[in-house]
Design a protein around this ligand. Structure first.
Ligand SMILES: *Cc1c(COP(=O)(O)O)cnc(C)c1O
Length: 333
């Protein structure tokens, strides 16, 4: 069942005091450039450094009588599930492959979760999570295709419209679509005329390709500055695909060079350290890909970035992403 506005209000109650109330602040530089108010919802200030804590807390709270939870995300969802489970006194087992960097393993362990390292790929880690569900009775929590996760992410929409009822457009970073589905559903239920636009990188835009094809499709995953936006939407997607298809007014794509520049803008103009995934909304405005028609907000979704990569970007050096090289450009040059 697709979640509705009442589920988002229920989620807001669940996460109160734990993951709510992040600031919505104006960006003077972006506002001047756009000629209207441009606001940033600072989810990078969440305790785990990303918005995924909202959905994870709501989903973990919904697990009744199970012996614990599991997932196979090594990124922000894994952190969210680990943190949420500890907050609820529940066991969490995060499955990952042998290829995952030690820093990520340590980060998840520091949040109190058990880490299970299996095999040479994400598929092996996924198989282990499924085994834990069958053999040990754990509940697997999807990063985006879960009604409680979507409702949890939707609380961002509630908070933005409570702070600024005059918002005209929301620019939402898009990957598996749990964030965009929840925010669009909540925002449109409260303010039907609001525009919600999903933005993602042009390398491996799984939701965009799936909506064009009319069904979930697989895309080749390639390294990106917006690494949190990588990955597929799941061939068995039940919720985030139809919700994004039906609720988003548009989906826009930005290039790695455009993300690189937007990371510099957010850092130098607003002094914010954030992942590449966060700046796709800024990039769409900076490149003129989106025409703004009133007060606009985007979500600074997380801060869990590779500091070596980030340093290269803000100092204007070349960045290598697999077989692709982004030529360095100094900010303001
Ligand atoms: C997960 C994530 C997204 C995208 O959210 P989806 O629900 O998968 O679309 C964007 N930014 C960051 C930092 C994330 O961790």
């Amino acid at each position: 069942m697709q979640p509705v506005l009442a589920d988002v209000y229920a989620a807001a109650h669940v996460i109160r005091g734990l993951a709510d109330g992040t600031p919505l602040v104006p960006s003077p530089f972006m506002s001047a450039l756009a000629g209207m108010d441009f606001l940033l919802k600072l989810e990078n200030m969440q305790p785990i450094g990303a918005f995924k804590l909202r959905g994870a807390l709501n989903a973990v709270a919904g697990v009744k009588g199970a012996t614990g939870v599991t997932c196979c995300s090594t990124g922000n969802h894994g952190r969210g599930v680990a943190y949420a489970a500890r907050a609820r006194g529940m066991r969490a087992v995060i499955c990952m492959s042998e290829l995952v960097p030690q820093a990520k393993v340590d980060g998840i362990r520091a949040l109190g979760a058990e880490v299970r390292i299996v095999g040479q790929s994400q598929d092996h880690a996924q198989a282990e999570a499924e085994r834990l569900v069958c053999d040990e009775g754990l509940t697997e929590i999807s990063p985006f295709d879960d009604p409680l996760v979507i409702a949890g992410q939707g609380t961002i929409g509630l908070e933005m419209l409570a702070a600024r009822p005059d918002l005209d457009t929301l620019l939402v970073p898009l990957s598996g679509g749990g964030l965009a589905a929840g925010v669009a559903m909540a925002a449109k239920a409260i303010k039907p005329g609001i525009r919600v636009i999903g933005i993602t990188m042009d390398r491996g835009a799984a939701m965009h390709e799936s909506i064009r094809a009319g069904k979930p499709v697989e895309v080749e995953e390639r390294p990106s500055l917006a690494d949190s936006l990588g990955g597929g939407i799941g061939m068995q997607n039940r919720l985030s695909f139809p919700m994004c298809r039906d609720l988003l007014d548009d989906i826009l794509l930005v290039s790695e060079e455009e993300i690189y520049h937007a990371m510099q803008v957010l850092y130098y103009e607003d002094r914010i350290v954030a992942e590449g995934a966060c700046v796709v909304g800024l990039a769409a405005v900076l490149t003129g890909k989106v025409r703004l028609s009133g007060p606009t907000a985007t979500i600074v979704t997380g801060r869990n970035l590779d500091m070596d990569m980030f340093t290269r970007v803000i100092t204007g050096q070349d960045v290598r992403l697999g077989d692709k090289v982004i030529a360095g450009v100094k900010y303001g040059a």
